[in-house]
Ligand binder design. Sequence first.
Ligand code: NAD
Length: 284
Amino acid sequence: MDTASLSGKELAAAINAETKARATALTEGAGAPRLALVVPNDDPASAWYVNSLRKAAERLGIACDTVDLGPDATVTGIRAELAARSADHATDAIMLQTPLPVGVSLDDVSSAIVATKDVDGVSPLSLGLLAAGLDGFVPATSEAVVELLEHHGIPLAGRHVAVVGRSNIVGKPLAQLLLAKDATVTVCHSRTADLAAVTATADVVVAAAGRIGLICGKHVRAGAVVIDVGTNEAPDGTITGDVDAASVRGKAAALSPVPGGVGPVTTALLMRHVVTAAETGRSN
Ligand code: NAD
């Protein structure tokens, strides 16, 4: 079987074109939408990601402040910065970068981001709104998986989707979004007894575990669709996914590439969220 490649580039370009037009309209009114990137680390991968977000924002006409708190930032310090940006009328949107300093968990700090500026949907209020099926910002990576599937015309209603990974920023919110699309969802994780036995029954497998090559041919039934969320640094420095593409290709009906699949859609959706936050925040 030929395995189709589920590129995210076209979809990202379409989202970005709309975002740019909305950002321009805001700029002509009360000023460019403004995103604060709060960075409590000195991690090279995080620095690379921050740089790519800044470039994406710049291309779309979104202003970006990087707030460098360093790896020694405390819970109190991070919360204070997030609360200050939440109250600041000039800041429309806030993103907290990971990894967090040793001893600090996302749960310790994320509630300090006001939900109306929480463009990556990490605060307990945003996650609770999603679980309840109410409006709020949704974690962009999870939303990107659903948008990528829909863009490529892959039906979800009544289909069995196996999500591999149960983090609060990818796996769990994705399960909620898929349920809202009427999929039958199984969430697998590091303690799932026989991963292949579960995933091989699914119509769609989403790999979001952060483990290079975790999902291979035996995990996928013939004709299934596979989405690779993994963004892992291989020993040779290249970015690689969670799916062993060589063994899945030829068996799956479709597979999203890494890079060029979920990643560009995630960035595009984050920027769309920034513009939405500015539009709604300024009209209130
Ligand atoms: P995480 O480490 O917080 O969570 C990993 C999850 O995978 C856990 O729930 C764990 O139970 C599960 N897991 C680990 N090993 C497993 C195994 N052997 N079998 C089954 N389940 C297993 O990671 P995360 O933040 O959710 O990120 C997951 C991946 O997605 C990473 O590669 C990350 O880089 C990537 N990611 C990509 C984007 C993007 O835009 N493409 C955005 C965010 C995260």
